[in-house]
Ligand binder design. Sequence first.
Ligand code: C5J
Length: 232
Amino acid sequence: MLSSSKPTLGVISAEPEPIMLDWPATALLIIDMQRDFMEPGGFGETLGNDVSQLARAVKPISAVLKAARDTGMLVIHTREGHLPDLSDAPPAKVERGAPSLRIGDPGPMGRILIRGEAGHDIIPELYPLDSEIVIDKPGKGAFYATELADVLEKYGIENLLVCGVTTEVCVNTTVREANDRGYRCVVMSDGCASYFPEFHEMGLKMIKAQGGIFGWVADSAAVLEAMKVSTT
Ligand code: C5J
């Protein structure tokens, strides 16, 4: 956790309004920065998506991840994926649409969206340290059928800095789940990405509309500035 000699409060210049966070009660939550979504040959591409659209989120996340590691902030990574026997994959998810490969089929990075396969792993640029928490989730939301709620309670977390992919799917679902559970979520605009730029934009607008109905939105520069300049 953050060293007690450091200031504990920081104000992020966010929309719809600035938000003050207590850093020791804040975690960085990085959603699904997996090869299956980010690289050719993975789940995202089998659905017909242009995976290059997601690359823009890597640098901003990397910068905030470094700052989080430097300050001792709790870092949590999530991975979407299923058990090898697909017992946690609803048929309605597996059978949906007409992808070039379905969940569980063999692909160039191993079986699509299956835990333990190369494609399921997090991209090297953001690879978790051994000390960081990795939550494996079968759904889009990071709270559904996972230990995330227990982890956040154990560490006294009240606020989440959320980033990752994709903005309108797993990021939005997780933020909505977190908001209903009482967490303040600040979503990093340039640390999220979508295969559809218009969905990225609308996904962020939905979060911050109506006085921040699901949370706050700030770019990585604002988050980094707040982590640097804090008040006691
Ligand atoms: C999707 C995700 N897009 N991580 N998953 O299926 O957003």
